[in-house]
Write a protein that binds this ligand. Structure first.
Ligand SMILES: C[S@@+](CC[C@H](N)C(=O)[O-])C[C@H]1O[C@@H](n2cnc3c(N)ncnc32)[C@H](O)[C@@H]1O
Ligand code: SF4
Length: 372
């Protein structure tokens, strides 16, 4: 068997300011010591190369935080180093999440020149009021300028929007979707606003839309985009098959990935064992103190189920068995599966199990029942 492809996640935890809805790990600080951090990242890459010398890299993802704050020279250095250590797949995806602020003239062209071949732009809303409400540092004019630049400089691109904002109507969202689709992005990530514990939104007791309105918006989004050739391939991700994110599919399909940087995590199969690795946040920026844990077959199986059911195509049962050693039909609660299928929430074929459109609205519940 050829060695498993490897995805590389590089976390840049720094942001210009903190958005009040966000509970991702991030820091706001002046004078980020980029040189020191990049050198630590190179060391971290060496560590993983010693562990996994013969892999082929299928994707590199710069996520955050705000990785568009990394200087292009540093992005290029990291990429050159990765591809010096490992060979890569012919269609290797090299993504970066950018905020729609140009940190320096020509930012998007420079990111392309540094080696990024897929740009994911965090637009979040297409009107100034909602951008202000979301605490973004960009306004609509800046967003439109960045959209233009991304489309000009990249052939593979994605846009993030957050919907089901307080006071947003279905009608507003329909108009925003029409506007979004007209730009011509190859991929859309559309997230329902969630109020995460401990965030400023939670402290201010900001309320999301009621469940029924949010579910209507989601149903509308899925149907509208399906008709336009952007089928849902994961709960919040929509694209023609050729533009599905290779990197994120690696997470959802239980592939191997390493996480570089503070608070990044990874999953690895090594000598028949399955490892969960993470770099816990440190007091002073980057820490190389890795936390490593071997997952049991059951823990691994649960993860595969939780991640795999997020995909439109669901879970391939024979792959599940090769990935965790357990038989899928024996692992899940068969009584629950039969009942969920009768309710029209699941499709359970001999080779595959997937949620239906109605099932997608109750995914957490489905997973809980199947694992019970
Ligand atoms: C790592 S985050 C942020 C990436 C980038 N720093 C930005 O702000 O655009 C990736 C995406 O998750 C989504 N997201 C983060 N927090 C969210 C929340 N509470 N509710 C819904 N979507 C959220 C946003 O759409 C965001 O673009
Ligand atoms: S949403 Fe993005 S820019 Fe805002 S705080 Fe979170 S990671 Fe930073």
């Amino acid at each position: 068997m050829p060695p498993k492809p490897l995805a590389v996640y590089i976390h840049w935890p720094y942001c210009k300011s903190k958005c009040p809805y966000c509970d991702f790990f991030k820091r706001v600080q002046k004078n980020v010591p980029q040189e020191k951090i990049v050198r630590a990242y190179l060391k971290e890459l060496n560590f993983y190369h010693r562990l996994l010398p013969n892999r082929s890299v299928c994707s590199v993802f710069f996520g955050g935080g705000t990785p568009s704050l990394i200087l292009p020279d540093n992005i290029n250095r990291l990429l050159e180093y990765i591809f010096k250590l490992w060979k890569h797949e012919p269609d290797v995806e090299i993504s970066l999440e950018a905020n729609p602020n140009s940190e320096y003239p020509d930012m998007f062209r420079q990111l392309r020149r540094a080696g990024i071949n897929r740009l994911s732009l965090g637009v979040q809303a297409l009107n100034d009021n909602d951008l202000r409400f979301l605490g973004r540092t960009h306004n609509l004019k800046q967003a439109l300028h960045s959209i233009d630049e991304v489309l000009k400089n990249f052939n593979n691109h994605s846009m993030d929007l957050i919907y089901a904002r307080p006071n947003q109507t279905l009608d507003n969202w329909q108009q925003e979707m029409e506007q979004a689709i007209a730009f011509g992005f190859k991929h859309l990530s559309l997230y329902q606003l969630t109020i995460e514990n401990g965030t400023p939104f939670a402290k201010k007791n900001i309320q999301t839309l009621d469940e029924e309105c949010a579910a209507n918006m989601y149903a509308y989004t899925v149907n509208y985009l399906r008709k336009l050739g952007y089928p849902r391939y994961e709960v919040s991700n929509f694209a023609p098959a050729a533009y599905e994110s290779i990197h994120n599919k690696c997470y959802w399909e239980g592939g191997d990935y390493i996480g570089i940087g503070e608070s990044a995590h990874g999953r690895l199969t090594l000598n028949g064992k399955f490892y969960a690795l993470d770099n816990p946040p440190a007091q002073n920026g980057f820490s190389a103190k890795r936390h490593k844990e071997i997952l049991t077959a059951t823990e691994r199986a649960e993860e595969l189920l939780i991640m795999g059911l997020r995909l439109q195509k669901g879970i391939d049962k024979s792959r599940f068995k090769t990935q965790c050693g357990l038989d899928f039909d024996e692992f899940i609660n068969q009584k629950a599966a039969t009942s969920l299928e009768k309710q029209g929430l699941l499709v359970n074929h001999p080779n595959n199990l997937a949620a239906t459109d109605d099932g997608f609205l109750l995914l957490d519940n489905l997973i809980m029942q199947l694992c019970s």
